[in-house]
Design a protein around this ligand. Sequence first.
Ligand SMILES: [Zn+2]
Length: 342
Amino acid sequence: MRLRILSGLGALIAAAILTGCGSQPETAKMAGNKVDAVAKAKAERAAKIKRAAAVKANELGQIPVLMFHRIVPKPQTTDDRTPAQFRADLERLVKEDYVPISAAELVTGKIDIPAGKHPVVLTFDDSSPSQLTLNALGVPQKDTAVAILKEVAAKHPGWKPKATFYVTRDMFGRTVREEQAQALLWLKDNGFDIGNHTRDHLNLRGRSQKEVEEQIGTIGKQIQELSYIKPATIALPYGNQPNKKQWALRGKSYKHAGAFLAGYTPAQSPFSKAFDPAGIPRIKVMEKKGDCAQFCSEAWLDWLKKNPDMRYTSDGDVSTVAYPKFKAPSLRKAFAAWSLPY
Ligand SMILES: [Zn+2]
């Protein structure tokens, strides 16, 4: 803001010098312009605050990161969803004003969604063909995750088909290098985010730093060679962190801005002090039954609906972090310059 005032003032001074003959002395004019610029900035900020308050913006609130695996007609485990269930999962999110952002956008705080909406992150693990299968012309096969995402988005203008795909060496069932490149480049070209899910999907807990770096680094390098993308995030197999959680974020050949776990709560806002980039929780997508009575997606979405004060609500301005003043102590210092308390 301060920069904008200075550059605005600079332009005004330059204009005054060019025109040369003002009826007022130059110094008085400059002072007047400065007062105008400050008043304008104040008015702009007041308008932003008013808009944030009108939608009850809460950008320090929680964000559900949903964890999907396969989308198949006949589920074999409780991790699988049928195409019909997946459509219903997405329709519920649309109805309750959720808008998808990618995992990379979450961890970097680029949450660019309309005012009053809530971000949700859709993540797909294990790079299975049920998520992405393309025909020879690059058209997704019906009932794959990407086909359903595009279908639901087409029905709801403004709702973008955004998701993060966590890739292992099983690259959507493709073994030929050119076909692997086609799959990854298709995701990139269609606005999807690609993340690291390690090469062999081993449990990283208890392994040496060298093994951890190899598991993460080799697949990261392969993704980069095939698609020219460096994954911004990793999803840890089985949700298990390595002995030192930082090993998942930094290695000789990779740098991740976030590492995702497998359970069991909504994630903290990246602007909150409670946010831990090395261990971001996700929520399994499942109805309220059995082990999922309390800690899977239906239960958490019900809870967030009943507790709107806990949920992230956007003010529609990607350059600010808007929140009720009461929550100020939770703001991460790194985002102080973006802060818009009301
Ligand atoms: Zn996995």
